[in-house]
Design a protein around this ligand. Structure first.
Ligand code: ZN
Length: 454
């Protein structure tokens, strides 16, 4: 095989082969949710990736399977497991250096103390230094698609896109827009709205849809506290006119909700603020949505608006416990977000664990009677449901023929409490990835069959 590299996963084992770019075939255990519902687990499977980075086979291994010359020999990576790459619907690139700091502060104080100073300093040079590292760390955590907020600066956002383009990760990124409570005093109040729209427009023209859609743009008003009604409306119009996504935060924290009610007295509730701006719909990703009325839940469901569930962040900042089961029952499309740096870790397996504990808390302390999600349900939310939230469920999110080969390789033995313990049940494998996740368990990530640097 031409395109193989040898990697030493740690200092104990021998170097192992990994495909670098397609075409190739991997023999391994293959576990994936299916886009049409349910799961597939192949204890001895073949994942074949064609020249263009598309999955050409995902099937049980058979000794007599005829292989094309260019993918022979097939790499045998058993007993490692192939999963779809994880999809992080919400994180803040400039904030990564402060991950894990400021626990116990309320949202608005935490922003002032730990976040705005970092974002203010996220200039071109800082972005050029940090963004490549951030993409490597995301890949090392098993994330192959990341939806990100940058800082307010156009050139620094451009550097983030350029780094993502070089790295190979699939990314949706947006320049943060704010015309209230700003951290860039060099721009006059009277100019900030027009300037921010123009900068976003230029970035969309340059980057949205790049590399056959691997890179996309999200118009990114920070949230209603730091955006005027005008900015919300015009940013939503820009997203609609260009086909970009629109992302912002919703109902994360009680104080924030009170502040939004004060700033937008004409709105029925928080969701209505974005509704009046024309911001709801299937291309919109709202992070958090922790505290919603029944009316708001129904409105998000009927408009097809997507929610990025960020349970580790919600626990870290004591924002609240999102009633996930209730929202799913209402029909809202929900994926997961690490929300770094309000979430302390990039790993979506850590986020799943925080989410599962949150659901247990809702049941034991707050009378939630709906059944809890099981490990495979969490894997589904972190993969195919994240893809659905982005409207990409036909392209990524599961390991099925015809899809683009975004996948990760995991070593379940790294999660075993006792060395040498075999795990054969898919739900057991995923349970340990969630509840006993370890940095060393992710052994590689690929987007369109191209190996991501970690
Ligand atoms: Zn956030």
């Amino acid at each position: 095989m031409a395109f193989v590299e040898h990697v030493a996963p740690d200092d104990r084992g021998p170097a192992e082969e990994r495909p670098v770019r397609p075409p190739f075939g991997i023999r391994a255990r293959i576990l994936t949710p299916l886009a049409g519902g349910g799961f597939s687990f192949l204890p001895d499977g073949l994942l074949e990736v064609g020249e263009t980075g598309t999955i050409t086979r995902a099937e049980a291994w058979a000794v007599d399977t005829p292989m094309a010359a260019e993918i022979s020999p097939v790499l045998d990576l058993r007993p490692l497991v192939l999963l779809p790459g994880l999809i992080d619907l919400h994180a803040h690139l400039p904030q990564l250096p402060n991950a894990g700091l400021g626990a116990g502060l309320d949202l608005l104080t935490w922003l002032e103390r730990y976040i705005f100073p970092l974002e203010r300093g996220f200039d071109l040079a800082t972005a050029e230094r940090l963004a490549p590292q951030a993409f490597g760390l995301l890949a090392a955590a098993g994330t192959t698609t990341a939806v990100l907020y940058g800082a307010v600066y156009e050139d620094s956002l451009g550097a983030c896109f350029a780094a993502a383009e070089r790295h190979g990760i699939r990314a949706v990124i947006g320049k943060v827009m704010m015309d209230r409570l700003r951290y860039d005093p060099t721009v006059d109040d009277s100019e900030v709205l027009d300037l921010s729209l123009q900068q976003s427009q230029r970035l969309i023209e340059r980057w949205h849809g790049r590399d056959d859609g691997r890179l996309q743009y999200a118009v990114t008003p920070r949230f209603a506290v730091s955006c005027s009604a005008d900015m919300l409306r015009q940013s939503a119009a820009l997203a609609a006119a260009t086909g970009a996504y629109w992302q912002t935060h919703l109902a994360e924290d009680r104080d924030e909700i009170d502040e939004v009610a004060r700033l937008f007295p004409e709105a029925h509730d928080y969701v209505d603020v974005y509704d009046r701006a024309g911001g709801l719909g299937a291309r919109t990703i709202l992070a958090h949505a922790v505290h919603l009325s029944q009316r708001e839940v129904e409105r998000l469901a009927e408009t097809g608006t997507r929610v990025a569930h960020c349970p580790s962040s919600n626990l870290f900042l004591a924002s609240g416990a999102m009633p996930l089961a209730r929202y799913l029952e209402a029909g809202i499309v929900i994926g997961l977000g690490s929300d770094v740096a309000a979430g302390p870790e990039l790993s979506l397996f850590s986020v799943m664990r925080a989410g599962a504990y949150t659901q247990s808390g809702l049941r034991t302390m707050l009378g939630e009677s709906r059944p809890p999600l099981k490990p495979l349900d969490w894997l589904r939310i972190g993969t195919i449901e994240g893809a659905r939230a982005l409207g990409l469920e036909a392209r990524i999110g599961s390991l099925e023929v015809g899809k683009e080969a975004d996948f990760i390789l995991v070593d379940p033995s790294a999660t075993a409490p006792i060395e040498g313990q075999a795990m054969d049940e898919p739900s057991d494998i995923v349970s340990r990835l969630i509840y006993r996740n370890r940095p060393g368990m992710i052994r590689g990530g690929w987007v369109r069959g191209r190996r991501l640097a970690t």
